[in-house]
Every structure is written in structure tokens, then in C-alpha cells.
Design a protein. Structure first.
Length: 225
């Protein structure tokens, strides 16, 4: 039985894939909720290129609710709770895979608000998920890297089968998490099976700091598929 839900989205691969799976499971996604951190190292919410969430929501054709959060460790949960309690929903979709930090806090907020926490990716095997994600027709690029083994060439790289093979090698040599859930890398969705249009970066800037870096998408546009 499908529920009326809100999906927490950053524009990255996990939240987008979870949103799609929730739709496939028959849930009615009423809103996309994006928390916009005022600091770079937000504990819960993605930071690079979060401004592109507007294009993401337009591609999906869903109502977007943006809320600023301080990015302080526990305060950001209160910020999220404040947004969720104003919505007419029965559940919340998130892209947590193995991070107890993330999932336990979303579960707790949902419990306090009487909502169901829906995590379609939870406990799934990361390699299987990545391959499934690519096979389903999702297109994503890497927007930040911050783990040993990654170099500047990863910034802007498409997450395709070749990238998965290289991630497997980084996992073998440096124990890099394949899904990047620990922040080893972050991603941005450019196209998905449920997108009406696709996102095309127009102007990008690479920032490399010797061992880590990120891709700033200064300008992007929507194009017909």
C-alpha cells in the first residue's frame, strides 16, 4: 500500500535512487525536501552544488521545499524536524545505506512525528547498488573526493562501469567505501529514468587541495532528452 511521502534529497546518487525506488514501490512522492547547510562540513546534508537541487526538482517535476540549516551537529536535526512537521505526509524517504548516524537520526525524527522512515537502500551491498543504479539508466558525476587514492581526475568523472572498476581497486588498496557514504566522494545526478529533462553543466571549476577537492558547477542548464 503506497503512502504519501516526502523525499530527502541532495541531488546526489543515493537520495535520487532511493526516491526512484520509493516511486517504484508505489509511494506518492509529494515533495522533495532539501536542507541547505550554511557550513561546508554539514554532518547530515551534502554541501557542494546543493544550489542545483532546483534543477533536480524541475527535472523530476516535484514540489521542492528548501530549508536552511546551521549545519551544527544536533541543531540540523531540529531544522529538519521543523520542516517535516509542516507537511501533509505519512513517511520520509532517505538514501541511507549503512550510516547508522544518518539513519538513526531520521528514524528518531520520524518516530517523534508519527511518520514512517523509508530507506530503500538500507543494508544493501554497495557494489550491487552501484551496478543496479547504472543499469537503470542513472547518470551521475563525481563532485568531490576526500580519501586516499583519489586524484583530481575524479572530479567531474561519470559514474559508469569503468569508474566502478576503479572504485573497486581503491576499495582493495585503501578501503574506500564503494558508495562514498562516509564522504569519500560525493556525486550529482545529471539524468535519471524519471527525469523529464536532463541537467547539463555549462561552466565548471575544479578546486584541488593536494589530497582532496571538489567540482563547483557555476552554471548548468536543462536540456531535452
Amino acid at each position: 500500500m503506497g503512502m504519501r511521502v516526502a523525499a530527502l534529497c541532495s541531488g546526489g546518487k543515493d537520495s535520487a535512487y532511493a526516491l526512484w525506488l520509493a516511486m517504484e514501490q508505489g509511494h506518492e512522492v509529494a515533495q522533495v525536501v532539501a536542507m541547505i547547510p550554511r557550513r561546508e562540513d554539514s554532518w547530515m546534508f551534502h554541501f557542494p552544488n546543493i544550489h542545483l537541487i532546483d534543477l533536480f526538482a524541475e527535472c523530476v517535476g516535484l514540489l521542492l521545499i528548501k530549508a536552511e540549516t546551521s549545519g551544527e551537529r544536533e541543531a540540523e536535526l531540529e531544522d529538519l524536524k521543523r520542516v517535516l512537521q509542516t507537511l501533509d505526509i505519512e513517511g520520509v524517504v532517505s538514501g541511507a545505506i549503512a550510516s547508522n548516524y544518518q539513519k538513526s537520526r531520521i528514524d528518531r525524527i520520524c518516530g517523534e512525528l508519527g511518520l514512517k522512515s523509508i530507506a530503500p537502500l538500507w543494508g544493501r551491498e554497495p557494489l550491487e547498488l552501484l551496478r543496479e543504479f547504472i543499469a537503470a539508466g542513472f547518470e551521475a558525476i563525481v563532485t568531490s573526493v576526500s580519501a586516499e587514492g583519489f586524484d583530481e581526475n575524479w572530479l567531474g568523472r561519470e559514474l559508469d562501469e569503468a569508474a566502478v572498476r576503479d572504485l573497486l581497486e581503491l576499495n582493495r588498496r585503501y578501503k574506500v567505501n564503494l558508495s562514498g557514504e562516509g564522504g569519500e566522494y560525493e556525486s550529482l545526478i545529471l539524468d535519471a529514468p524519471f527525469f523529464g529533462k536532463r541537467i547539463e553543466p555549462v561552466e565548471v571549476e575544479r578546486v584541488w587541495r593536494g589530497t582532496n577537492g571538489y567540482l563547483i558547477i557555476k552554471q548548468a542548464k536543462l536540456v531535452e532528452k
